[in-house]
Design a protein around this ligand. Structure first.
Ligand SMILES: [Zn+2]
Length: 444
């Protein structure tokens, strides 16, 4: 039997009070300082993606600046964002179909470059132009290619689609510019259709090899089910496209979500990492593979399509069974990251808390915060016996992602203590970075 992937969780839920709120704020300030002490200016960053590149650190700062604007008196956000902006390149023929998502590819720096036009006092039009050329080329490629294996969130079409939906929200000028691209108004519809078509092709193989008659996507010859490489993430994005675009496909999407719920319920709340991996003795519990992705998907369904969510009891049974596993097995030894670490596991419990009634809300928020606070004791921030990530200050593996999770937790807890109703709009919730969960806000 392989070694246990997590430490047993003996944490007590965090208290929902101003003490925890100020701990989050102090942790964010200390985390920014730690990143700044340990990173040089971006220059010509060889990682132009959000996952491990400087753009990802800049992206975390954009989110924190928006969510906690009162920190401006202590943090020079504009200066720091400038430091982590890499030299921007025009990418046209250097892009590949199937590798177009900003999370794992150079479109990440381009999205960041396009966004800075709207937040920086010295925004430069040359930078915006270069960014838009790269994005136009990437979208054209995603709309033209029928290659399978390029639909997931980390590298593929779903990640690109989610970023585009947010970019469109930013400013009417962006929408206008995108209408000049080939496909114009229909880009979102075409991308959705491409993803659905690939899922239908995958269904043939899923039926033949796994006796499962639902949409399914392949990545590297496996049918992954988690959020970063598989079905849970792709479906989370699809549920957030405009209603009139996704409605024709909703029956197929709901059938697939139900199939994922049954797979998890048959496995005691543990979503297998891929089809055929049901009997793995030690399943992953992290956002990229396993139950946290199912929690995110089902909270998105509950938020976007409440009537559909409420009409089938297996959705809420699976949500609670999967969330229980995230709490029990969420202290993964890989450390604090949001992709395969404790930060991401705490974040999905935060999303669960937001849509619950008062008692459940407090229970899950206390647990989410306990995981997120614990992440702050892991390397490279603290010295607890967890692994130090390969890219320790990055957005998806390192400190920057944990900061983004803390900022989201701050607005949720602040809203609760303020007695605001849980209207997300009022509370500046942005959802899980790169996957959302509450619809496009402009800042993905
Ligand atoms: Zn991962």
């Amino acid at each position: 039997m392989s070694a246990q992937l997590y430490y047993p969780n003996t944490l007590q839920p965090s208290s929902l009070d101003v003490h925890t709120l100020s701990l989050l704020e102090d942790s964010i300030l200390a985390g920014i300082q730690l990143i700044e002490q340990n990173t040089a200016p971006a220059g010509s960053d060889s990682h132009e993606n959000l996952y491990t590149g400087h753009s990802g650190i800049a992206w975390a700062y954009c989110r924190i600046w928006y969510q906690l604007p009162h920190l401006e008196s202590k943090i020079k956000f504009e200066e720091l964002i400038r430091k982590h902006q890499p030299r921007l390149h025009r990418h046209e023929h250097s892009l590949h179909a199937g590798k177009l998502s900003p999370i794992g590819t150079p479109t990440g720096a381009a999205f960041m470059g396009a966004y800075t036009k709207y937040i920086m006092s010295d925004a430069d039009d040359g930078r915006w132009e270069k960014a838009m050329i790269t994005l136009e080329f990437a979208v054209g490629m995603a709309c033209a290619s029928d290659e399978d294996g390029g639909d997931e969130v980390l590298y593929g079409r779903a990640g690109l689609l989610w970023a585009l939906l947010n970019l469109q929200k930013l400013d009417p000028a962006v929408r206008e510019r995108m209408q000049e691209w080939e496909g114009g108004e229909d880009i979102v519809k075409v991308l959705v259709q491409k993803i659905i078509d690939a899922g239908r092709r995958g269904r043939i193989k899923a039926k033949k090899e796994h006796n499962l008659n639902t949409l399914m996507w392949e990545w590297h010859d496996k049918m992954y089910l988690g959020a970063m490489h598989g079905a849970a993430g792709i479906l989370t994005v699809l549920l957030q496209v405009p209603r009139e675009t996704i409605e024709p496909f909703l029956p197929e999407i709901l059938t697939e979500i139900a199939a994922l719920c049954h797979l998890a319920l048959e496995n005691n709340g543990l979503l297998p990492s891929s089809l055929g991996a049901q009997h793995r003795s030690n399943p992953h519990v992290q956002i990229c593979h396993g139950s946290p992705g199912l929690v995110l998907l089902l909270t998105t369904l509950r938020q976007r399509f409440p009537a559909n969510y409420n009409e089938y009891a297996a959705y809420s049974h699976a949500l609670h069974a999967a969330a229980k596993k995230v709490w029990e097995q969420g202290l993964v030894k890989k450390g604090l990251g949001i992709c395969h670490g404790v930060g991401g596991n705490g974040w999905v419990l935060l999303m669960l808390a937001q849509g619950c009634g008062r008692e459940e809300k407090e229970k899950w928020l206390g647990r989410a915060l306990a995981l997120l606070v614990e992440a702050g004791k892991m390397p490279p921030i603290g010295d607890q016996a967890y692994r130090k990530p390969d890219a320790p200050f990055s957005l998806y593996e390192g400190v920057a992602g944990t900061l983004a999770a803390w900022a989201e937790a701050y607005v949720v807890l602040d809203g609760l203590l303020d007695g605001k109703n849980w209207d997300e709009g009022a509370m500046k919730c942005l959802g899980f970075v790169g996957l959302g969960g509450r619809g496009p806000t402009g800042l993905f």
